[in-house]
Design a binder for this molecule. Structure first.
Ligand SMILES: Nc1nc2c(ncn2[C@@H]2O[C@H](COP(=O)(O)OP(=O)(O)OP(=O)(O)O)[C@@H](O)[C@H]2O)c(=O)[nH]1
Ligand SMILES: [Mg+2]
Length: 314
């Protein structure tokens, strides 16, 4: 069962909210005019030197403008890559096919080609660094019986929100993705004890600005990652949701305000037009050969996937 931020259980006043669908057809390619000539060698991000120095020149293509796009949105180190790793493992075990979309990055990006070729190996590697530093910028597709259900975008957090440059505009490619025709499921990550009060408030402002760029058909799912670091876990997968939501509201004041349900009738039983899902990608332990990763309980993935699936179906 997905945990729904609007559910009127216990002390919570949150409840679920299906949204309509809106789809356009033309595939997007960012920076079509950008020559992207230089060799990016073996950089861990796969970005070329030009792209690294000028994020506005980052070149991405989303060929399928129909399949909903799940965007893992959040600052550096909040757990976007590991959420993709954990969800991929879970979905593969459930019989889904997850594969990288090879045309997402230019062919000159040899790092991306390698990531695509070695995707399964990287996903199944229990060396945490192998997962989160080598998978840096990816578009993957989720298929069920050969049918593409959705696409998941994982990108470097600094281009979504950099605490050092809280008001920096989004790079072009982010704006192009925002403007693409795909129905989007914005999966906004938050974590406990993150940075300082001012950084968290700046992140709230960022989310509020992002909301203004969303379409009515878009959905928002807040993922409270690293839930294992909180005291809201009663037992595996059993979280004190109202307390977790309240904690996020204390940590990130007004974070849910842009998602207030303003419909005079439905707001009585559904206060916010967003979902809230606690999550744990896994456990991380220091070993001689680096940080090792053990996947988190299936219950969290089940919960997250059910929530995302309900939004994919619209
Ligand atoms: N305790 C705990 N730590 C986590 C969890 N998920 C991620 N981490 C830690 O956070 C680190 C960063 O995770 P990533 O998935 O690489 O973060 P990211 O959001 O992709 O970061 P960028 O690519 O820099 O934007 C991991 O190496 C772990 O140490 C979790 O569920 N619980
Ligand atoms: Mg990452």
């Amino acid at each position: 069962m997905p945990v729904e931020i609007n559910k009127n259980d216990e002390e919570s006043s949150f409840n679920p909210s299906p949204d309509p669908i809106g789809i356009e057809q033309t595939p997007i390619t960012t920076n079509e005019t950008n020559s992207y000539n230089d060799n990016n060698n073996e950089s861990t991000t796969g970005l070329s030197a030009i792209e690294m120095s000028d994020p506005n020149s980052i070149n991405v293509t989303i060929p399928d403008q129909n399949a909903p796009l799940i965007i893992l949105f959040g600052p550096p180190a909040c757990g976007k890559t590991m959420t993709l790793v954990r969800l991929t493992r879970f979905l593969q075990n459930q019989g889904y096919t997850i594969s990288p979309i090879k045309t997402f990055r230019p062919t000159t990006d040899t790092h991306y080609k390698k990531m695509c070729d070695n995707f399964d190996q990287m996903i199944n590697n229990n060396n945490a660094a192998a997962g989160n530093s080598r998978i840096s910028f990816m578009l993957v597709e989720v298929l069920n019986n050969g049918k593409r259900l959705c696409q998941i975008l994982e990108a470097p957090g600094e281009y979504y929100f950099d605490p050092q440059k809280p008001t920096a505009p989004f790079p072009n490619y982010v704006n192009r993705i925002i403007a693409s025709g795909n129905r989007k499921i914005w999966s906004i990550l938050v974590e406990p004890d993150w940075q300082n009060d001012i950084d968290r408030r700046n992140y709230v402002t960022r989310i509020s600005n992002l909301k203004q760029k969303m379409r009515m058909s878009d959905n928002v799912v807040f993922i409270y990652n690293k839930i294992d670091k909180t005291n809201f876990v009663r037992s595996v997968g059993d979280i004190n949701i109202p307390a977790a939501i309240q904690d996020i509201q204390y940590l990130y004041p007004n974070i849910f305000v842009p998602f207030l349900n303003r419909n005079p009738i439905t707001k009585i039983f559904k206060k916010f037009n967003c979902e809230f899902v606690p999550f744990q990608t896994g456990d991380y332990t220091e070993a001689i050969n680096g940080l090792t990763y053990q996947e988190g309980p299936d219950e969290y993935c089940n919960n997250l996937w059910n929530t995302l699936l309900s939004k994919i179906k619209g």
